[in-house]
Write a protein that binds this ligand. Structure first.
Ligand code: ACO
Length: 441
């Protein structure tokens, strides 16, 4: 794991006089300022120490969309800022396979083996199945044998919700390493004849490894919100218990995304600014302290109306890459984070905000005091080979476990007399393998 550095600014007061991430006696400063921050336990902080992303190869431009629906490049660019998006055109590419590649990259940056992960949180609106959780398939493919795993459903806010859960696990002392992933194949639930929605979304995955550390900083404060009264403004109506899948739901397109774009737009511009203000206050920061905002990449006008205009944060401090990817929902913030690092926009000592919104309706923000070195150290030949070998071993182990289960299924069961006289056909399990040939790096 890269050494997290305690830079001199770590314990210095911020411009408003408050001490960020204070604890013990210092927390009096925060109390005096009447913030509702809960200081982390002494000596335990949650830092992002690894990051990675992966997008499918296939790119669909606005001009391509002009051939499919009644739209044009000028309208899409001016109303959303989007120019193109990546789409999982290959049926073998799924939310899990994209996530696995992103997760492996994050582990490589952190230089942490998969068996050290305590928990995998996969935020997604396009899971592989209703169950099992996509996180479990990722756990299996990584060979993260000591990890718990679950999916998190908070739509586009899901990644920041995941970071909040990771921080909670770490500050409680229940985990040392938590892998948080946002992954989507939205192209599979978008109606490609509906110009209101199909122009907006893209596919991709981003992952970060969050680690416990004694170095002050990391994820300092979080704000999670929900307003279920707006659930119908952005919804996939069919496929759940409210409207189970039937010929009728499929023929009427109820398994596709339905959206009231204007209502979502109004909601988003309101909550993005409010939530950012909240996490800044909880961390003891002001907007002037912020070096980088990584907002959910849904629409450039939402970012302009909220982060830039309401919060008066200058454009050069706000990272935007939605022109290349469209709205990748839970993956948008981690992909943007990775690209911000690649672009040299993030350095140790920077104060950072992630803020997002999504179906639910939900919103989420967190403020970070970034301490992890960002320069990439090329992995040596031996390390890369060993890492690859552990993934191959994980795939082999998974196959072996399946084989053992299959043998138990077909063997006569001594505890069920008479079973052999009337053998039951074992149903073919439709689950696809994720660890092997489906992963394209
Ligand atoms: N191409 C051309 N014209 C279009 C298109 C299109 N793709 N889509 C709509 N139009 C037309 C409309 O029909 C309308 O025409 P009319 O005036 O003749 O009726 C006109 O353009 C204006 O349409 P509006 O809906 O008013 O356009 P608006 O400026 O609101 O932009 C948009 C629509 C881009 C969807 C915007 O409302 C938006 O971004 N909303 C937020 C959506 C969002 O972020 N959703 C994701 C949430 S994250 C998650 O959880 C998945």
């Amino acid at each position: 794991m890269p050494e997290i550095k305690q830079t001199p600014t770590a314990s210095e007061p911020t411009t408003n006089g408050a001490t960020p991430h204070s604890n013990g006696a210092e927390s009096a400063t925060l109390k005096e300022r009447q913030t509702d921050a809960i200081p982390p336990p002494r000596g335990r902080y949650a830092h992002i120490v690894g990051w990675g992303y992966h997008v499918p190869e296939k790119v669909i431009t606005n001009q391509d969309l002009e051939q499919i629906v009644d739209t044009n490049d000028e309208w899409i660019r001016s109303r959303t800022g989007i120019a193109e998006r990546h789409v999982a055109a290959d049926p073998k590419e799924t939310s899990a396979t994209l996530a696995i590649v992103a997760a492996r990259k994050a582990l490589e940056v952190a230089d942490v083996p998969a068996n050290k992960i305590d928990l995998i949180i996969c935020a997604t609106t396009t899971p592989e199945y209703l169950f099992p959780a996509t996180a479990c398939l990722i756990q299996d493919a990584l060979g993260a044998d000591n990890a718990g795993a679950f999916d998190l459903s908070a739509a586009c806010s899901g990644f920041v919700y995941g970071l909040a859960m990771a921080r909670g696990q770490i500050l409680a002392g229940d985990a040392e390493y938590v892998l948080v992933i946002g992954t989507e194949t939205l192209s599979r639930i978008v109606d490609w004849t509906d110009r209101d929605t199909c122009i907006l979304f893209g596919d991709g995955a981003g992952a970060v490894l969050v680690a416990a550390s004694e170095v002050p900083g990391g994820i300092l404060s979080v704000d999670l919100g929900s307003d279920g009264s707006g659930g119908n403004t952005l919804i996939v109506p069919a496929g759940g218990s409210a409207m189970s899948t039937s010929l009728e739901t499929v023929s009427s397109g109820m398994h596709y995304v339905k959206m009231d774009g204007k209502a979502v737009f109004r909601f988003a511009t309101r909550v993005m600014a409010a939530s950012t203000r909240k996490v800044l206050e909880r961390a003891g920061y002001t907007t002037d302290d912020i070096d980088l905002v990584v907002p959910h990449q849904a629409n450039i006008r939402i970012i302009q109306n909220s982060v830039l205009n309401q919060l008066k944060i200058p454009a050069e401090k706000v990272f935007v890459n939605l022109q290349k990817y469209g709205n990748t929902s839970t993956a948008s913030i981690p992909i943007a984070l990775c690209e911000a690092i690649e672009a040299g926009k993030l350095k140790p000592g920077y104060k950072v905000v992630f803020v997002g919104f999504g179906a639910g309706l939900t919103w989420a923000a967190c403020a970070l005091d970034w301490r992890t070195p960002v320069e990439r150290q090329a992995a040596g030949w031996w390390k890369s080979t060993r890492r690859q070998a552990t993934y191959s071993a994980a795939a082999a182990r998974s196959m072996w476990k399946r084989a053992v289960r299959w043998v138990y299924d077909v063997l006569p069961d001594p505890e069920t007399p008479g079973r052999d006289e009337n053998p039951k056909e074992t149903p073919e399990t439709p689950i696809k393998e994720t660890g092997g040939e489906r992963i394209k790096e």
